[in-house]
Ligand binder design. Structure first.
Ligand code: CUA
Length: 158
């Protein structure tokens, strides 16, 4: 059978594309691209309150920066009010005691999923002092829409 030149050309082009797509999948999986974005740290979601990593919830500061430890549950965040300094790196460490929740600090780039069994962590800097709303942005049940907290960014001292 005599296949026209352009027919052959496009068959080869399609074949090369298929190989290229498969290669990106293989490279992606081999490179552990499926890991959570921050880091992998597991926790027993039924023992969060007894876990030393979540025993002291709230804000702590030292020379390296500020850390906020908080727990998400149906349908609240603990603590419910968080105070952090402006203009300094703040690291959030979060986990859930039940289902998947969200932790979004409205009007900032602070946003993460909170997955039971894992510790979610992210670091950000708040430039503008003020009050920010924290909302759950993953549907977690009947009272999902009332699940919120308050972030107060305070003018940092000298
Ligand atoms: Cu928690 Cu929606």
């Amino acid at each position: 059978m005599n296949v026209p030149f352009y027919e052959k050309l496009w068959m080869w082009a399609a074949g090369i594309l298929i190989v290229a797509f498969l290669a990106t999948i293989i490279v992606g999986v081999a490179g552990s691209a499926l890991a959570p974005p921050s880091h992998v740290e597991t926790i027993d979601p039924t023992k969060v309150w007894a876990d030393p990593r979540f025993a002291n919830r709230g804000t702590t500061s030292d020379e390296h920066g500020t850390t906020v430890v908080a727990v998400a549950m149906m349908f609240a965040f603990e603590p419910n009010e968080i105070r952090v300094p402006a203009g300094r790196p703040v690291t959030f460490r979060l986990t859930s005691t039940d289902v998947i929740h969200g932790f979004q600090i409205v009007g900032t780039n602070g946003n993460t999923m909170v997955v039971p069994g894992y510790v979610s962590q992210f670091t950000t800097v708040f430039r503008t002092p003020g009050e920010y709303l924290i909302v759950c942005n993953e549907y977690c049940g009947l009272a999902h829409h009332v699940m919120s907290a308050k972030l107060i960014v305070e003018e940092a001292g000298p």
